[in-house]
Design a protein around this ligand. Structure first.
Ligand SMILES: Cc1cc2nc3c(=O)[nH]c(=O)nc-3n(C[C@H](O)[C@H](O)[C@H](O)COP(=O)(O)OP(=O)(O)OC[C@H]3O[C@@H](n4cnc5c(N)ncnc54)[C@H](O)[C@@H]3O)c2cc1C
Length: 396
């Protein structure tokens, strides 16, 4: 076991932190208020090599390890959940899935431009009547010669109006239930594709989330990812990577809550002393610290398993569940520490509280992860190695 960051990882953290402080922090309150996704941030992330940080260099990425991706997500979410969510869907849910399951042709065509940040990827699994219960999906893909005819609708899709490529899931054979779902890479420009943003979100208002529609969308058969019927397995494996990035982001959210709260503890005085001197306020700060340190350890343990090419569904689920719960509590306490000022957008903590809710819902709700963890302990759930594992990290 080695609990030290490498020099390269430390340099990565400080460069993402400076980027966030300079390019995101000064504008985020305004973007959030306006419900505006700022696309130039994606271009700047690409310039810094952060759109494919853990994708091998031979596929256009930066070739760093999976914990480097965690560091990027932590530091981005310290700025705002919207940009970490963008990296989660682009890299965690889409690019890493193509790396794991894609043919060489698919990697060259889709992964390389995505890892370089020239194209943006997203992930379409959820439907209006199918969230946690993935197999309740209704989208269909009917084989017709060299094409699949895709029809259906996905909802709550991050980067719905921004992404160029979407990894989507549909039934190729409904009679086979989970084993009848297949995965496809779809391009926005194809006829029959449309998208529409959802308005009135509680949080992640500086992010773009919405619906995508497939209306007789012709998907070339070369764009089937994996084999027909492997879609459910691919979706779950993708979530192992997406959840990892969400958990890492939650660590950044806790950092942001702590920074704001510590500053306020020193600044605000009641009963003749700084509020940081009151024990009940200290308890909230201590809980944030405990949540931060425990979440970090869970995230980096999952990252080390990924680096070693080992199955990590159980460890990643635990990290995602716990880190997101800790972040949600830290944000609630951060507002509490700020008293009435925390209730206004004069301080960032109200945004942290609103933003901290979606991660407790997406990529497996709190309840789904609770059930998963209980099932592992009780012996009802076991993971076997997959026929295609996420490649282990290979140091140059
Ligand atoms: C901001 C945001 C961005 C998102 N981005 C994406 C994206 O990019 N791509 C994508 O595909 N999806 C995305 N989602 C969708 C997200 O993954 C789903 O919302 C999530 O899977 C939960 O599904 P649901 O909302 O349909 O809730 P439901 O599954 O309907 O759950 C409702 C409630 O019932 C509980 N519940 C359900 N089943 C069980 C059970 N077996 N045991 C106990 N409790 C249960 C849930 O925990 C929850 O409390 C996003 C969501 C949000 C909010």
């Amino acid at each position: 076991m080695d609990f030290q960051f490498t020099e390269e990882q430390n340099m990565l953290r400080s460069s993402v932190r400076s980027f966030v402080d300079k390019e995101i922090m000064p504008h985020i309150a305004e973007w959030d208020r306006a419900g505006k996704f700022e696309p130039s941030i994606m271009e700047k992330l690409a310039d810094l090599g952060l759109m494919g940080v853990c994708i091998p260099e031979k596929y256009g990425g930066s070739g760093m390890d999976y914990n480097a991706l965690a560091i990027v997500c932590e530091e981005l979410e310290r700025g705002d959940t919207a940009f970490r969510t963008a990296v989660s869907v682009h890299t965690g849910l889409n690019s890493m899935s193509i790396l794991q399951w894609g043919s060489e042709e698919q990697k060259q065509k889709y992964l390389v431009p995505q890892a370089k940040g020239e194209k943006v990827g997203a992930f379409g699994l959820t439907e209006p009547a199918a969230g946690s219960d993935v197999a309740a999906m209704q989208a269909t893909a009917v084989k017709d010669g060299d094409y699949y005819m895709l029809n259906g609708q996905k909802t709550w899709i991050s980067l719905c109006d921004i992404a160029d490529h979407f990894l989507v899931f549909a039934y190729t054979d409904k009679s086979k239930k989970h084993h009848g779902i297949s995965a496809f890479i779809v391009e926005r420009d194809w006829e029959g594709f449309s998208s529409k943003a959802i308005k009135g979100k509680l949080g992640i208002r500086a992010g773009n989330t919405g619906e995508i529609f497939f209306d007789n969308l012709k998907v070339p058969k070369e764009n089937l990812l994996g084999e027909e019927g492997e879609g459910f397995k691919i979706a779950m494996a993708s979530l192992d990577n997406g959840r990892f990035t969400v958990a890492a982001g939650a660590v950044g959210q806790i950092m942001a809550c702590m920074e704001a709260s510590v500053d306020y503890c020193h600044e605000r005085e009641t009963f003749g002393k700084p509020i940081g001197k009151h024990q009940l306020v200290q308890q909230m700060i201590a809980n944030m610290e405990a949540g931060l340190q425990m979440s970090r350890l869970l995230v980096y343990r999952a990252g080390e398993l990924k680096n070693a090419g080992k199955r990590n569904t159980r460890e990643t689920s635990l990290a995602k569940w716990q880190a997101c719960d800790f972040a949600n509590k830290a944000a609630d306490d951060a507002v509490q520490i700020h008293g009435a000022y925390g209730f206004s957008d004069e301080y960032p903590v109200e945004r942290y509280l609103r933003n901290s809710k979606a991660p407790v819902i997406y990529e497996g709700t709190r309840e789904i992860h609770t059930v998963m963890q209980a099932e592992y302990v009780l012996g009802y759930r076991q993971d076997k190695p997959l026929n295609k594992m996420l490649p282990a990290w290979e140091q140059d």
